[in-house]
Design a protein around this ligand. Structure first.
Ligand code: 9MR
Length: 592
């Protein structure tokens, strides 16, 4: 996250925004279509939908929403859902103001769902990124952290000097977490869980065909295994390597993270990282993340690869026992030298999640009793006290257990399933209620602190995932519309008139905080590939670059800048692209 480069700030104020805010990618013909218009007018305005030739295709009047708290804008809403013709180059016009051009078509998310998953291949560690899988020669690079000089590599990484163990582990492979080259188990956990849930949800409520072998542009796309599972396994194999070996103190526990001894600068290709790599201490949180995700992979791979499935279950049960034996080994918030801390001192939710995954996989009464006694039993959060938060984050994981109980069909836990589904529908009702109260119709709102926090776009995405599940369970169009509204926000219908996804929309994400996709700093480095979502607005403005812009105190939606130096508003990471993949696959499945 920290860096030593010297790019000069360019004031935000120079950018002229259209007042007519749309999903810059477009709209599905059969779904709702909302635009938000910034206007001081207290009375409705006339809108016109124009086709590519400039011919007026539909007209109507806005409804006055009024003052919108999270943007500080006074806005109107135009609803042009009734128009269901397809085409490219539509614009919405209000007075003399015109929106960015957009498409109306059932295929707007067809490619995005794959691009969102390509993020994971691009960020693989320990393997060269090559054509044709890289999608373009500019994105190819040598294997990162492969144990070759001058790089210290990840094939034999020692315990850091201060952590009390003396061994080295082969922790090669996996995905880099984000703009930095750290690999963090608790963030890997929610990311692989989300992608495995995407697969399981498709199994029971949709179709896995779009992710079958041969559908994704990855090296394993001819091995007879669904490509989505191949990508997930790249990370699972890394997670297994993070488990403390037999015979060592804390055997079965899992190291919280592995990263550089000191922060590196930007730009930097991973194979040229000069820093020593180090294991940070095991934690109960990381151990439970392995227990949960390995239990999940045990059941998913059962029909594809029996021995891998058994390996998953063995690692899961070993991790579970270790966590029970060491329930309070916390990763401190202060451990932030050379890598992010991912600190978490409340682990009841991780215990519940892991037990739920183990129960669904094994049906063992031990796990059933554990979840039934947990305060998190079947719960689905919608509020978190003072602070803004979504249904789930890397640190707040009870939703993951409840979703698994709801998603996986099995007579053995049918009693839990129906209650879990109800819990999800109840939460979805809260989120669709929230979007109705906002001018930009976001299915996420700040808490009483009135702030968006780090990674707010992922909060929107994770809430969309809950709303999407409610649609799966009920088939009530209200929820499908809620997911569409969330996507519209991310793709341009927002206070900055910005598409937060690279390669999509008239003003897409261009300069995320990433050490290799660093074209903004050095023309020898590539730009960001398509399908990557920015963390997005963060009221706390936690990096020097965004602090230099003079936007402190701005409404939450305006605390953002598309600049590589802004690691607190414009980083990208595995746990944010995973729900992007999930929801775009869902929307594409329901596109009509
Ligand atoms: O996503 C994390 C966010 O919830 C925290 O507030 C923030 C500060 O600790 O860290 C974020 O995670 C970053 C991690 O620490 C290092 N790699 C990049 C991650 C995304 O910005």
């Amino acid at each position: 996250m920290l860096h030593d480069s010297q790019a000069t700030p360019s004031p935000l104020a120079e950018k002229i925004l259209t007042t007519v805010r749309v999903n810059q990618v477009g709209y599905l013909p059969g779904a709702i279509k909302h635009a938000t218009i910034v206007s001081p007018s207290a009375t409705p305005l006339t809108w016109a939908l124009r086709d590519a030739a400039g011919t007026v295709a539909a007209t109507g009047t806005t409804s006055v929403f009024g003052d919108d708290a999270t943007s500080g804008d006074h806005v109107h809403i135009a609803d042009f859902s009734a128009y269901q013709q397809t085409g490219a180059g539509f614009t919405l016009v209000v007075g003399t103001d015109e929106s960015h051009p957009f498409t109306i078509s059932a295929d707007i998310y067809r490619q995005l769902k794959y691009d969102a998953l390509a993020y994971f291949y691009h960020n693989r560690s320990g393997i060269p990124i090559e054509m044709p899988y890289a999608g373009g020669v500019e994105w190819t690079r040598p294997a990162g952290h492969a144990g070759l000089a001058p790089n210290k590599g990840d094939t034999s990484v020692p315990c850091a000097p201060d952590i009390g163990c003396t061994y080295s582990l082969d922790v090669s492979g996996g995905w880099y977490d984000a703009g930095d080259h750290g690999k963090y188990v608790v963030n890997a956990g929610i990311s692989v869980w989300t992608l495995m849930n995407q697969y399981e949800r498709a199994t029971y409520y949709g179709s896995t065909a779009p992710f079958a072998d041969g559908t994704m542009n990855i090296p394993e796309n001819r091995n007879g295994i669904p490509d989505l599972l191949d990508e997930i396994r790249w990370e699972m194999d890394f997670l297994f390597r993070m488990q403390v070996p037999e015979g060592q103190p804390l055997s079965g526990m899992v190291h919280h993270k592995i990263h550089d001894a000191a922060w590196t600068g930007l730009p930097l290709r991973p194979d040229q990282d000069p820093q020593q790599r180090q294991l940070r201490p095991p934690s109960t949180a990381a151990t439970l993340n392995l227990a949960a995700t390995a239990a999940q992979c045990a059941r998913i791979w059962k029909t594809f690869d029996q021995s891998f499935s058994e390996r998953c279950l063995q690692a899961a049960e070993r991790a579970w026992r270790a966590a029970l034996a060491h329930p309070e080994v916390y990763a401190p918030h202060s451990d932030n030298v050379g890598g992010g801390p991912y600190g978490d001192t409340n682990l009841g939710d991780e215990f519940y999640w892991a037990a739920a995954e183990l129960y669904v996989t094994t049906h063992a009464s031990e796990y059933r009793e554990f979840i039934r006694q947990s305060p998190y039993y079947l719960s689905m959060p919608t509020t978190f006290g003072e602070h803004s938060a979504p249904a789930m984050t890397w640190a707040v994981t009870q939703a993951l257990g409840t979703i698994t109980l709801a998603t996986v069909h099995d007579a053995a836990h049918e009693q839990e399933s129906s209650a879990a589904r109800q819990s999800i529908v109840d939460a979805a009702n809260v989120f669709v209620g929230i979007l109705e109260q906002q001018g930009y119709r976001v299915p996420f709102a700040p808490g009483p602190d009135r702030k968006y926090s780090w990674g707010s776009n992922s909060f929107v995405l994770n809430n969309m995932l809950i709303v999407a599940l409610a649609y799966d369970f009920t088939k009530d169009a209200l929820y499908l519309h809620g997911v569409v509204d969330g996507m519209d926000y991310l793709l341009g219908r927002n206070a900055l008139d910005k598409s937060y996804v690279s390669g999509y929309g008239a003003d897409p994400l261009q300069n995320p905080h990433h050490r290799f996709w660093a074209r903004q700093l050095d023309p020898a480095f590539p730009p960001v590939p398509p399908g990557v979502v920015s963390g997005g607005p963060n009221s706390s403005l936690q990096d020097p670059y965004v602090q230099s812009l003079g936007i402190a105190g701005s409404p939450p939606q305006k605390c953002y800048v598309d600049h590589i130096e802004s690691w607190s508003t414009n980083e990208i990471t595995i746990n944010w692209n995973a729900p992007l993949a999930w929801v775009t696959a869902f929307l594409d499945e329901h596109a009509r």
